[in-house]
Design a protein. Structure first.
Length: 628
């Protein structure tokens, strides 16, 4: 219990220290120390509760609930003021409606509301704890060097780095709260804090584009927050409970509409269509923000909630129908955003679309809610969090050295920045190659969908084919051998290098250890809910481990690329005396260049995005209608 409270409160204390102590040396010490402390505390919690099953805590008083209520009102007033100041009246209205619902509920039922267990720990929350504590802390550590470079490249921007780190650590504390909260009112409180933190982080630069994208994210997530708030009110007025663990045991007439509304909140938070644009707009923020939003926090809160609702979809009468439409929203998102990623040249937008797509696959698995698919969903969460954080942070490092983040500019990165390039190769391989974890999880998802809903396998199969296309294009650019420019001198701060190395090792390490993670963590969790567990065939595990050993040869071999002798391309007599140049028309000297296919006319955003928005809106309306 004490460790749970520590993990929620300690990041908030760190946040205030970083805000009031802006000196660079002090900031570095605090961030480095907090990275070690949060990592150690998260691991300690896992060890402490590893074999206990679900443990619930009664912790909480009416005075504490009033304190949370007061903080919610202060935050709501702040957001309304900022929204009106920027003439974002829709955001102010959504926040005002949400505040009015909260005030009415508190005044009408506040003294009657009692949760037997406000906090809890189980194997799923322990997995999320490691993701937040280790990956989230490493991202904060990476930001030490990154934010110095960021302001070096943006001279005219006001340096608000202390505020940046303040919001980052509040974000981490709120995410701990999300995964430990059993009281839905507490969960909603932490949920909204992540919304507010993302708003401030996306709008960090305060320029016109960043502000517009920050408000877009705010409005969409506030809309999901209204659904969350309505679910709590409906649930309590009909069932007199606000406890998450009690939902699967309630009657269908009571729980279906709240479950549908909570799933809607999860869809908005995890940037599923038609709400995917807020996560794409978040790419204007500094790269550590992108990594936080896409890997260890924010969007993971959305899929985490939907996974928690899987037993409702599986066991409650009528829940399977609601869950089916949740899954269909995820399937449409997975398919279309995977296709749209093909047409992107901006590396961060490729990663953004890939993130949205993989979250869609998690939503598919959680929506259907069978034990095989819940296993696949949680595995997808684990592998995606590590590999995607590695890729986002690597792209940020490359951008500061190359001057842009266009994939075509990454030609021959293996000869320019070999260590960073190897990390990116590992991250990309982790997303789509055997025997890395994402492919294993997709394999399990397809196997589960064949048994549960064969139609959805079509979406997953074609979406997975698209991921093969855009990842392979990028991978080829990275390992293309070109001559290193004489005037190119990369600079990677030690905090960034350490973080990227740790994440690369974790990407490989988790893949090697996944049979143990499954056996000792996931399977007991799933068995406690379903009475069954998804058991990996031992022969398949052996084959995958042998393949993993062979795969390790690739990144180790790539580390020597910087020492290879360069051989220029042979251009049938058109070569000049200079490497990578040739004689073109009229005898003009031109640079040798090879470009990838992006097929914008086929997979462009304009066509596919409109199709996805219309389809997903219809599916969400049906989902809520079925819940009624």
């Amino acid at each position: 219990m004490n460790t749970v409270l520590f993990l929620i409160l300690y990041p908030v204390i760190v946040a205030f220290l970083l805000l009031v102590l802006p000196q660079l040396a002090i900031r570095k010490f605090i961030v480095v120390a907090s990275t070690a402390i949060l990592t150690a505390a998260s691991i300690y919690l896992v060890i402490d509760y590893f074999n206990t099953g679900a443990v619930f805590f009664e912790f909480g008083t009416h005075a504490m609930n009033l304190g949370i209520f007061a903080i919610e009102l202060v935050l709501a007033a702040t957001i309304i003021f900022i929204s009106i100041k920027h003439k974002q009246f829709l955001a102010a209205l959504l926040m005002l409606i949400g505040a009015a619902m909260t005030i009415w509920f508190e005044l009408s039922y506040g003294e009657k509301i009692h949760a037997t267990h406000n906090l809890f720990v189980d194997n799923l929350s322990l997995i999320m704890t490691l993701i937040i504590g280790i990956i989230g802390s490493l991202i904060a550590l990476f930001a030490l060097g990154y934010m110095e470079d960021y302001h070096h490249h943006h001279h005219n921007m006001k340096n608000r780095t202390p505020f940046f780190f303040f919001i980052v650590y509040v974000f981490l504390g709120a995410m701990y709260g999300v995964v430990f909260a059993n009281n839905l009112m507490w969960l909603f409180f932490f949920w909204e804090i992540t919304t507010f933190c993302s708003f401030f982080l996306i709008g960090y630069s305060r320029d016109e584009i960043a502000t517009a994208n920050a408000f877009r994210a705010l409005k969409m997530n506030l809309l999901g927050g209204l659904g969350f708030s309505a679910a709590i009110i409906i649930l309590f007025t009909n069932a007199h409970t606000v406890e998450l663990n009690q939902l699967p045991g309630l009657a269908s007439a009571v729980v279906l509409l709240p479950a549908a509304l909570l799933a809607f909140a999860g869809i908005t938070k995890s940037a599923q269509m038609p709400f995917s644009s807020w996560l794409l707009g978040a790419m204007v923020a500094p790269t550590p923000v992108s990594a936080l939003l896409h890997s260890s926090t924010m969007v993971k809160a959305g899929v985490y909630l939907i996974i928690r609702l899987s037993p409702v979809f599986a066991f409650v009468q009528g829940g399977a129908t609601v869950g089916l439409f949740v899954a269909m929203v995820g399937a449409v998102t997975f398919l279309l955003t995977s296709f749209m990623a093909i047409s992107q040249t901006d590396a961060k937008r490729v990663l953004a679309y890939s993130t949205i797509a993989n979250l869609g696959l998690i939503v598919v698995c959680a929506g259907i809610g069978t034990y095989e698919l819940v296993w696949a969903a949680i595995m997808l969460v684990i592998f995606h969090a590590i590999a995607k954080s590695l890729l986002f942070l690597s792209v940020g490092t490359v951008e500061h050295n190359l001057g842009d983040r266009i994939i075509e500019s990454m030609d021959g990165l293996i000869t320019k920045m070999p260590k960073v390039a190897v990390g990116m190769v590992i991250g990309i391989a982790g997303m789509f190659l055997a025997p890395f974890g994402m492919l294993i999880s997709k394999w399990a998802a397809l196997e589960g969908l064949v048994a549960a809903n064969p139609i959805l396998t079509v979406f997953v199969a074609f979406g997975s084919a698209a991921t093969l296309f855009f990842w392979t294009k990028w991978l080829g650019k990275l390992i293309m051998i070109k001559q290193k420019p004489a005037d190119f001198h990369p600079h990677v701060p030690s905090s960034q290098s350490f973080t990227l190395t740790c994440l690369a090792i974790m990407t490989v390490g988790v893949c090697i250890l996944f049979p143990l993670i499954s056996k000792y963590s996931l399977e007991p969790f799933i068995a406690s809910i379903y009475g069954h567990a998804y058991l990996l065939d031992q022969s398949n595990v052996a084959i995958l481990l042998i393949m993993m050993g062979l795969v390790l040869v690739l990144p180790l071999r790539l580390l020597s690329y910087g020492n290879l002798n360069y051989k220029p391309q042979y251009l049938a007599g058109a070569n000049t005396s200079e490497r990578e140049k040739y004689y073109g028309a009229l005898g003009l000297t031109r640079d040798v260049s090879m470009r990838s296919f992006y097929l914008n006319s086929i997979f462009g955003e304009d066509k596919l995005f409109k199709l996805g928005v219309v389809s997903s809106i219809i599916l969400i309306l049906i989902m809520i209608g079925v819940g009624m």
